[in-house]
Design a protein around this ligand. Structure first.
Ligand code: C2E
Ligand code: MG
Ligand code: MG
Length: 646
């Protein structure tokens, strides 16, 4: 029978474009990508061998040489055609992250047994012609056992389809459809060839199925970090979700650099990226040497995730080797003056936790919970700590607090050295959660900023403080003003100034009674809105302080231009007074601030010695546990009455 192979020929350019695209789109790493590349390569070989057979048999009788060539190519065709089914099944397993299923030898054998049957039959075919024969007059002819080859192809198809369907719950619908499309295409082509045996369409249909997968399943734009070409955090989170849905035992290693964003700023984008890439490469290399099955992912600015299939492998034992491998890169970066501090955390699924969100939170938070010098952490050791549990449940805690109005304002007295009494206080928010107890604002304020919950919290702070000022006779108490913290999100509000003016009228407050604290981060983010807010408020009599001076990158030029009345020197700078350098920085800071007419508050003063030194340096105000911790409103008023001898 003469067969027309033109359509199948079209598959070849499509396949080459797909292979080329795979390299251009960097879809070459990881089991799925490699299997897919393998599939494409095999499809090319299948197509070519099928086409050669068809072309040579077009005009019988054919020469003896052609008979030999056709026999060989028909054999190649069957070998690769059946292999396509096997590889595609493996690809599906890899996409559904059920590789582990194959780890057991007998399963591997089961998967390949049908394929070996075909190979045996093809070997037998050389002597018996049981699968096919090639005749000079009739060309290629099916043999009596050909049906077994078809059945085996069908077995792989049914197996794969069943796999996709049963695991479908963990994949998106479009994904299921795209994975199934390959089978649908092949089934359609078989049907078509039964109706129109003259036209070969199977390979073009297979190529189209592969096109679908390349476009819809393997989407590097979703899974790659383009600045490094490595799989991204999104890819990692997809894998973790798959692991959790399928309950696969895996070990996850998170490696991160403390203060990575600072490191990046310091080194510059290009140097930093090549550093991170090199580190990732070394980690990968060491894991390969240790015989691990793993995938590696990168989250900017510099968190590396490893998902390791070898659940029982003691990773801690190789961490020192990894560090030694990295030391060249670290030394190079540190020779530029930067500091590189890597930290590792090991998470076991499902032993430590079975929730994907907890796995992500551990990766993002562990370095904040462990002691500063702890190099390797096991998630198990921190997961039950209060520190982690609060961080892990922050969404819930915040929503509950906003819903049930769980916030309260405390006031920390501020002492004036010149006047020898307390003249003001800083309003500090407190949150007491029913389940977790006291939750520090240093934890929940940044979280609220990230979740966009800072506006209602900020509104509560403003309202409470204005009410507090109006409820008390400040002149009688000898108090001048209350300092209150404004968050970045609040300063970016269009109507912040109007909100404050409304409260001013509502509570009949003299604006001099209110001092607004902003941080360096706020004015780093300064935009027209923040600028306008600060301008309108200070023109109307509200004063401003710069909080946490000494923790960021202070810019004196900018500070001198902002309408700031007070500079609040951070506790870390006060603590640094114990050493000579710290002392000199502090005393220079104080005299510089005095030169530009700023008043100075020192925060976190805990001892008499600190107080005395700061007094001798000419600091104006003192805030700290030495005098008092933050107090609830009534206690604060009591404290002031007593200490200011009202
Ligand atoms: P901050 O504005 O720099 O507040 C000073 C922090 O230092 C307070 O921590 C205070 O309790 C603590 N502190 C004061 N004296 C001492 C001391 O002698 N020793 C020690 N160890 N600590 C001392 P707190 O209340 O935990 O607040 C932490 C941060 O949370 C604040 O730092 C501020 O940035 C933020 N925050 C607190 N309340 C509010 C608020 O109402 N609104 C906004 N936007 N942020 C707030
Ligand atoms: Mg403050
Ligand atoms: Mg501060």
């Amino acid at each position: 029978m003469d067969r027309v192979a033109y359509l199948d020929f079209v598959a070849v350019p499509i396949l080459f474009v797909l292979i080329y695209a795979a390299f251009i789109r960097k879809m070459t790493k990881g089991p799925s990508n490699r299997l897919f590349l393998g599939l494409l390569g095999i499809s090319v070989l299948t197509t070519v061998s099928d086409a050669v057979t068809a072309v040579l048999c077009t005009n019988p009788p054919i020469s003896d040489a052609a008979v030999v060539v056709v026999s060989v190519f028909a054999g190649i065709y069957h070998i690769f055609h059946t292999l396509t089914g096997v590889l595609y099944l493996l690809f599906i397993m890899s996409e559904t992250r059920t590789w582990y299923w194959m780890k057991q030898k007998h399963r591997m054998v089961i998967t390949f047994v049908p394929y070996f049957v075909v190979i045996m039959l093809l070997a037998a075919n050389i002597f018996t012609g049981c699968i096919y024969t090639v005749d000079p007059y009739e060309g290629y002819k099916r043999g009596p056992l050909m049906f077994i080859v078809y059945i085996i192809a069908a077995v792989y198809m049914v197996w794969g389809s069943a796999y996709i369907m049963t695991r479908g719950k963990m994949l998106s619908r479009s994904w299921v459809f795209s994975l199934l499309s390959m089978y649908i295409m092949i089934a359609a082509s078989v049907l078509y060839q039964m109706l129109f045996p003259k036209y070969l369409v199977e390979m073009i249909m297979t190529a189209l199925g592969e096109l679908f997968i390349s476009l819809l399943v393997l989407r590097p734009e979703d899974h790659l970090d383009y600045s490094t070409g490595m799989p991204s955090f999104k890819a990692y989170s997809n894998e973790v979700r798959k692991i959790c849905r399928n309950k696969i035992h895996e070990k996850i290693i998170v490696m991160r650099f403390i203060d990575a964003s600072q490191l990046r700023r310091y080194l510059g984008e290009e140097k930093y990226l090549s550093f991170v890439k090199s580190i990732a490469y070394r980690v990968s290399d060491r894991c390969t040497k240790c015989g691990l099955y793993f995938d590696i992912y990168l989250e900017q600015p510099g968190n590396i995730y490893l998902i390791i299939d070898n659940y029982d492998f003691d990773f801690e034992s190789v961490v020192n080797y990894i560090y030694t491998d990295m030391i060249v890169d670290i030394r190079e970066v540190e020779s530029n003056g930067a500091k590189v501090i890597p930290r590792f955390c090991e998470i076991r699924y499902p032993e430590d936790t079975n929730s994907p969100d907890t796995i992500f939170n551990i990766g993002h938070q562990f370095h904040r919970i462990i002691p500063y010098d702890q190099f390797y952490t096991k998630a198990f050791d921190i997961i039950n700590s209060e520190g982690f549990s609060i961080r892990n449940n922050m969404d819930l805690i915040l929503n509950r607090a906003i819903r049930d109005r769980k916030f309260e304002m405390y006031y920390q007295p501020i002492y004036s050295i010149k006047d020898g009494r307390f003249v003001s206080a800083e309003a500090l928010i407190r949150l007491f959660d029913d389940e977790h107890g006291f939750v520090s604002p240093a934890l929940f304020i940044p979280a609220a900023e990230r979740k966009g919950l800072m506006i209602p919290i900020g509104d509560f702070v403003l309202e409470s403080v204005f009410r507090f000022i109006s409820d008390n006779d400040f002149s009688e108490l000898g108090l001048s003003y209350i300092e209150l913290n404004l968050s970045v999100a609040q300063c970016l509000q269009n109507d912040l100034a109007d909100k404050i003016f409304t409260l001013e009228k509502k509570y009949h407050i003299n604006p001099e009674r209110v001092n607004l604290e902003i941080t360096e981060t706020t004015y780093e983010n300064i935009g027209d809105i923040t600028d306008m807010n600060i301008k309108r408020l200070s023109e109307n009599g509200f004063s401003f302080s710069l909080d946490d001076y000494g923790t960021g990158y202070s810019n004196m030029h900018r500070i001198s231009r902002l309408p700031l009345k007070i500079i609040k020197i951070d506790k870390t700078m006060v603590d640094d007074m114990v050493n000579k350098a710290g002392m000199s920085v502090l005393s220079n800071t104080v005299s510089m601030m005095k030169d530009i007419d700023k008043e100075i508050v020192c925060e976190g003063v805990e001892t008499k010695e600190q107080l005395d030194t700061l007094t001798s340096l000419g600091v104006d105000f003192i805030q700290g546990y030495y005098f008092s911790k933050p107090l609830p409103a009534e206690k604060f008023v009591e404290f002031i009455r007593e200490r200011n001898h009202v």
